[in-house]
Design a binder for this molecule. Structure first.
Ligand SMILES: Cc1cc2nc3c(=O)[nH]c(=O)nc-3n(C[C@H](O)[C@H](O)[C@H](O)COP(=O)(O)O)c2cc1C
Length: 298
């Protein structure tokens, strides 16, 4: 009862958890086989569709936290994502050898964004992008993050960022078909369906809107999902509903704090093994053959 009282009405993280748990799975054992969890992304191969989320400020969790997190992803042969942080930090992250997607904030100053895109390219990032859902604060003004002003970006500005780099440009924080279609029109090469761990109350759970976005995107670009992924079953449900891969953030914090890169690696491997366990019991031989019809809505 105490627990229940603490949940604020409209808490998007809670609504998202409830939605994950409302999705049930049938089993298909006949003609089964051992599953393959390999992911192909932007022409490269990885052992798992479980990726780290675009995190930041992890020095609060562990010294050099962002680089240690990336090292964990590299040990798991997984894609690493990096959020806000200076150039020196990104160099440490990519220096671990982790194949990294660098997410840049929607700064007011587009010249600064272009400078950071060029720097990510120089560092050998595998892709670059923007968390466009960080333009506004909760009270209807422009957001200010670590003293830096943010602005919403137009489809034309997105096109400029896409054109500015030879790397795939991805947009994080897509939670509508309208934004997904604008991203496609701008030449964006991947989207993250996300509400940025509850940036707005009553945000639709990513998995609830995912099938609509998948229909609109029609496999033209990869679709990633984050927010509340805590288990291999969660990963499976996201993939079954059309995601190509998922990002995991908060569920990696304790492993990072307690066991550093090895802890992150072990957690990513265990999420992948749980995913494989569900794939085996639902008749999915590989990521491309996870059948959405195994999902039942409670
Ligand atoms: C400590 C922390 C820092 C984050 N920093 C960023 C960031 O700089 N850029 C960004 O796009 N998202 C950032 N996020 C959001 C995550 O990328 C992700 O969207 C969110 O945490 C939902 O995933 P989760 O439920 O697995 O944590 C951050 C999240 C956390 C917990």
């Amino acid at each position: 009862m105490e627990e229940m009282k603490k949940i604020k009405p409209g808490d998007s993280n809670h609504i998202t958890r409830e939605y994950f748990d409302s999705l049930l799975l049938e089993m298909r054992h006949l003609d089964g086989s051992l599953p393959d969890t390999k992911l192909e992304l932007f022409g490269e191969r990885f052992s798992t569709p479980v990726m780290t989320a675009a995190l930041s400020h992890l020095d609060n969790v562990r010294e050099n936290g962002m680089a240690v997190m990336a090292e964990g992803a590299h040990l798991a042969d997984a894609v690493s994502w990096a959020g806000m942080g200076d150039e020196e930090e990104l160099e440490k992250i990519t220096g671990t050898g982790a194949r990294t997607v660098k997410i840049i904030k929607p700064y007011k100053d587009n010249a600064y964004i272009l400078k950071r895109i060029a720097h990510a390219e120089k560092c050998g990032a595998m892709a670059v992008g923007m968390d466009m859902d960080h333009a506004f604060s909760g009270n209807g003004s422009y957001d200010v993050v670590c003293g830096m002003e943010m602005r919403p970006k137009s489809a034309e500005e997105l096109k400029e960022f896409v054109r500015a780099t030879s790397l795939p440009f991805v947009v994080k924080g897509v939670l509508s078909v309208k934004d997904a279609v604008k991203c496609l029109e701008a030449g964006v090469k991947g989207i993250v369906v996300s509400h940025h761990h509850g940036i707005m109350d009553y945000a639709v759970p990513p998995l609830l809107i995912l099938p609509e976005i998948v229909r609109a995107v029609q496999k033209q670009i990869p679709i990633f999902v984050d927010c509340g992924v805590e288990s291999g079953a969660d990963v499976f449900k996201a993939l079954a509903l059309g995601a190509d891969a998922v990002c995991v953030g908060r569920a990696l914090m304790d492993p990072l704090r307690e066991n550093g890169a090895q802890g992150v690696r072990d957690k990513m491997v265990s999420l992948t093994e749980e995913l494989a366990g569900v794939m085996a019991r639902t008749g999915a031989p590989d990521l491309a053959h996870i059948d959405p019809s195994v999902i039942w809505k409670r």
